[in-house]
Design a protein around this ligand. Structure first.
Ligand SMILES: [Fe+2]
Length: 327
């Protein structure tokens, strides 16, 4: 079926979890032109962890303003808030005390965050629906703490790459499926959503539901050239889809390239994409903030261990630190 009757047929670029990584979001927005996307949806976590929260939010404010001014359609840009953004806006009960590094990073963000960027975040909703397509940070259901809609989450053997090779299907007996995936589908059925775009887990995935069970679609086409990757999924008639678009700034699936999706409503297609960007710029900026922080005489926010973890995570794509533990 075509979604074109419900929402504009123009392609969406859908992305999430930028986390203050300015070089990464610039690269992703550049990809809008590459993929011919005329609409943008960003699913939150603009800030936290990364060194450039002001630059990221300012860049998105400018991009959103230009896109809406050019088309005259407010719905051409959709933005929702993530849990890190909501913490900076004052919902501090969303953060569990065990997330020490996230907490330090968010305290620092709140201290340096510019008023105009805070005002901008304040205008953003927690969720948006356009026809049968919903946009959320973590999940369609109201559930706190935020669950990960990621069928591979907590599997003993993490699977590298951005498509599922060993689908987990035992959702009825697995508590994660019962408690997290099923409530998401139930909410979607109740609210008449066919597709839910989510982020939050930092791991891209495509999960389907039809005939009273989950399925894990395989891409119908894919290509990889070292710098970019694209896996195409066809949306089936009568099925419900949860599409986790992964993370722009800090993917946790072993591929450090920026992750995003292209949604083509007219063809009922979703592409899961990766794009290489200048990781060195982000690492240098983190090191610069670390240096500034150490000479400012204020409470230390950045630390060398965090920097080496960042280099490790972004440099070779191997998730071996606890820097980006779930939150
Ligand atoms: Fe996040």
């Amino acid at each position: 079926m075509s979604f074109a009757r419900k929402i504009s047929s123009t392609r969406f670029l859908v992305c999430s979890d930028i986390h203050g990584n300015y070089a990464a979001i610039r690269q992703v927005i550049d990809n809008m032109r590459v993929w011919g996307a005329g609409r943008l949806a960003v699913l939150g976590d603009y800030v936290g962890y990364g060194p450039s929260p002001n630059e990221v939010v300012q860049f998105l404010r400018k991009t959103a303003g230009e896109m809406v001014a050019a088309s005259g359609k407010a719905n051409d840009v959709i933005m929702v808030l993530g849990n890190h953004d909501r913490w900076v806006l004052g919902e501090t009960d969303l953060l569990e005390p065990t997330h020490v590094r996230a907490l330090k990073s968010l305290r620092w963000t709140r201290a340096i965050f510019r008023r105009e960027n805070l005002d901008f975040l304040n205008q953003i909703n927690n969720k948006v629906a356009l026809g049968s397509v919903g946009f959320f940070h973590a999940c369609p259901q109201d559930q706190v703490p935020f669950p990960y809609l990621d069928p591979l989450h907590r599997l003993p053997d993490k699977i590298r790459g951005n498509h599922i090779e060993q689908p987990w299907t035992d959702w009825k007996t697995n508590p994660f499926g019962r408690n997290v995936l099923w409530p998401a589908v139930k909410t979607m059925r109740e609210t008449r959503l066919r597709i839910a775009f989510v982020g939050h887990s930092h791991r891209p995935s495509v999960t389907g539901w039809k005939d009273n069970g989950f399925f894990f679609p395989k891409p119908t086409q894919n290509w990889e050239d070292g710098n970019s990757r694209s896996d195409v999924y066809q949306i089936e008639e009568g099925a419900i889809y949860i599409i986790n678009v992964g993370s722009v700034g800090f993917p946790r699936d072993g591929d450090s390239r920026a992750c995003f999706s292209i949604f083509e409503p007219n063809d009922s297609q979703v592409r899961m994409c990766r794009a290489r960007y200048d990781v060195g710029e982000t690492i240098k900026e983190y090191a610069r903030k670390l240096e500034l922080d150490s000479t400012s005489g204020t409470e230390t926010t950045f630390d060398p261990d965090t920097l080496s973890d960042l280099v490790s995570l972004l440099g070779d794509g191997d998730v071996k630190s606890d820097l980006f533990d779930p939150f």
